[in-house]
Ligand binder design. Structure first.
Ligand SMILES: NC(=O)c1ccc[n+]([C@@H]2O[C@H](COP(=O)([O-])OP(=O)(O)OC[C@H]3O[C@@H](n4cnc5c(N)ncnc54)[C@H](O)[C@@H]3O)[C@@H](O)[C@H]2O)c1
Length: 322
């Protein structure tokens, strides 16, 4: 797809981060946008930002509350889109919504584990199922599924359990790669790309916490403080002398530094993704850190989960993720 003007794009998780920046850049290129999110306020802010520059006549931006892990809500989103965008087709589908958390089978609950997995994997799968009939009706279509570097490297360092997110992101990558053949055989006018970002400066750390806990507050619950303490210990920090308030501060600071000290901004990431779609690339790595990790995992796969591998990679790219 060489340009987006006059097309219709669906973005899941358009409320903040990369979803918001995709919406802004698509609107700026004259593409209609229908987004969903679990946060109405966040989507209202995305819409406001998109409308800062006056929208060209007839360009539509619509917002829809939907949890991507729940098929009925996605179907409602699709029905609202058909009505509000006055269309029976879409051209672009960005399955972008995702959260972290629920990393351990031991220290997290099954509910937390499945919440992450069902959003990160189920949201992509159900998004494709739900919107495929509308993509089929367009003259050309493109599905863009967001995985992660955790779709080819199942870790954020050897001291942290990361099973739910990594399994989901591997599933997104495998599904997208297999889908390319299914589309070529059965719907050759639709293309598919898998996006694998490295560390991108967004509020995913605090958003994930809020979605996992069902609470809007930035303060950790007692259980979360305990889990955060364990996580710090796992990363080699001596937490014995730290008060719960110290742990609260470290967690808040981590969420802030994840957003503000990332090597790639959400806006730069969205541009890389859209340029990748225009260049018809199915494999879109986002950020130098993602390219370097891809090369390292391919070069020494047996070493990929050792402390040496992590430390030498982290020192090279300056990652402070874990
Ligand atoms: N930020 C990174 O470093 C990074 C790296 C690799 C991959 N990713 C992936 O990129 C995607 C976008 O993440 P981001 O960093 O922009 O995060 P973000 O938290 O800024 O944005 C994600 C948006 O998705 C929404 N969302 C979460 N669960 C939802 C659900 N069940 N239904 C609908 N909306 C939901 C959130 O409310 C939020 O607005 C995610 O899939 C994430 O896993 C992010």
């Amino acid at each position: 797809m060489k340009d987006f003007a006059g097309k219709i794009a669906v973005i899941t998780g358009g409320g903040t981060g990369m979803g918001r920046e995709l919406a802004r850049q698509l609107i700026a290129e004259g593409c209609n946008v229908a987004m969903c999110d679990v946060s109405a306020e966040a989507m209202a802010e995305t819409k406001r930002l998109c409308e800062v520059e006056r929208l060209p006549q007839g360009l539509r931006i619509t917002t829809h509350i939907a949890d991507v892990a729940i098929e009925g809500q996605l179907i409602r989103f699709r029905d609202e889109l058909i009505e509000q965008q006055a269309t029976d087709k879409i051209h672009l589908l960005f399955n972008n919504a995702g959260i972290g958390g629920g990393g351990s089978l031991f220290t997290n609950s099954r509910e937390q584990w499945e919440r992450t997995f069902n959003i990160c994997w189920g949201g992509v799968y159900l998004g494709v199922r739900t919107f495929l009939p509308l993509l089929m009706k367009a003259d050309e279509g493109h599905i863009v599924n967001t995985s992660s570097v955790n779709g080819f490297w199942a870790s954020v360092g050897p001291g942290v359990s990361h099973t739910a997110y990594a399994s989901a992101k591997f599933a997104v990558k495998g599904f997208s790669e297999a889908l390319m053949t299914d589309l070529r055989l059965n719907a050759p006018h639709i293309k598919c790309s898998v996006v694998m970002p490295g560390h991108i400066g967004t509020s995913i750390v605090s958003n994930s916490r809020k979605i996992q806990s069902g609470s809007e507050t930035e303060r950790l619950t007692d259980i979360e403080v305990r889990v955060a303490r364990e996580r710090l210990k796992g990363m080699g920090t001596d937490t014995a002398a730290m008060s719960d308030e110290d742990i609260q501060k470290i967690a808040l600071d981590r969420a802030r530094s994840f957003r503000d000290e990332a090597p790639t901004t959400a806006a730069a990431a969205a541009k890389i993704i859209l340029d990748g779609v225009k260049a018809d690339r199915w494999r879109i790595l986002v950020g130098d850190d993602a390219h370097k990790l891809d090369a390292r995992v391919r070069k020494t796969p047996e070493e990929a989960y050792t402390l040496d591998f992590y430390q030498s990679y982290r020192d090279e790219v300056g990652w402070k993720l874990a």
